[in-house]
Design a protein around this ligand. Sequence first.
Ligand code: ATP
Ligand code: MG
Length: 416
Amino acid sequence: MRLSKLFTKTLHSAPADEQALNAQLLIRAGYIYKEMAGVYAYLPLGLKVQENIKRIVREEMNAIGGQELIMTNLQRSDLWQITDRWDEAKVDVWFKTKLQNGSELGLAWSHEEPITDMMRNYISSYRDLPINVYQFQTKLRNEVRAKSGIMRGREFVMKDLYSYSLDEKQHQAFYDSVIEAYLRIFERIGIGDKTFLTYASGGAFTKFSHEFQTLTPAGEDVIYLNREKRLAINQEVYNDEVIKHLKLNRADMEQLKASEVGNIFSFGTVKSEQLDLSYTSKSGDKQYVVIGSYGIGITRLIGVITELFADQKGLVWPEAIAPYKVHLIRIGHSDELTKKADKLYKLLTDSKIEVIYDDRDLRVGEMLKDADLLGIPHRVVVSDKGLANNTLEWKKRTDSEAKIINEAELVSILES
Ligand code: ATP
Ligand code: MG
């Protein structure tokens, strides 16, 4: 991609009403556009980051037997009435709307009820189970406070997976495989060392749900962490009973701020009983399906990663999710230099390396500043200086000094 053609441009400042560092930086770097508080559009660079995260999540969900589908944003009210979650006193984040004939619809803040009702059409015998399905969907939530940028949107992308199992044993085996898959995902996207399995409220069998909390001062949650055991407890359930149950010691727990990037739940048969989702067992009797629900905040992750890695100069992306791998800058206008830079651009893109090529005729300082702001992992500068001896300057976004290397060395660095 040539920077001269890229939609959009970098900005010198973020909107005055934007308080969160993540959104300020992402807006300035041209990754997102703020439509209103808590509502952000994803521009080409931001969408690429989103797609990179989704690709990793998709691979890991498929690897444990998940199948991708997509549910609808418009939802029937009757299903939520059955489970007593239609009332705004029970669920305070509803956005609702009406058909022309006056009947009320809900705008998806979650999909547990509609997807479980849908399953009634496809599950009748023990032979139909297990079923594990997931989606990437835009969720709409009328959040009271939207001050954390994309970490708390009123419109945001979630990966949600739903498991339908024969019994508690089958459910538990899948639930455990999700924990492993989630840990792999957070490792692959570059936040493995800062993300911890956390006991939180909710969940049918053990009275707990599991959250995945990433340490960051920008987070809205407080957790108590045992670093050695890599195990945490959310403040909301932190008490002597829980500490003892997990064989931990109050003295070893550190109080820290964190952001919930994932949350997994066992519903047991509560929801299947409410919505009458049952099957006929091998011995011919009626059994209720055991349900689990497993979320990851895809767009929240982008905000968390921004907060974790950004520095004074701008964004810093882990390589696995960066929109491009290389930021190529041409400093100078001669035909010879342009030819060399164009050739290098072609060589790299032909080797399937994603390059953003700053071919604009701007001042050097401006181009280097934009490269820092955009946060692409490798910066490569070709200039008249290196023409004679065929060298270029290479620097990682996090390095302070550039190194003089030749083209072959660059290719081997980028391919390793
Ligand atoms: P929170 O406690 O932060 O409000 P939640 O427990 O309501 O989140 P879940 O319903 O468990 O959220 O949703 C699954 C995941 O979706 C969360 O773990 C989080 O990563 C993400 N998420 C939830 N709400 C938002 C939001 N408003 N903006 C962005 N991501 C969100
Ligand atoms: Mg949650």
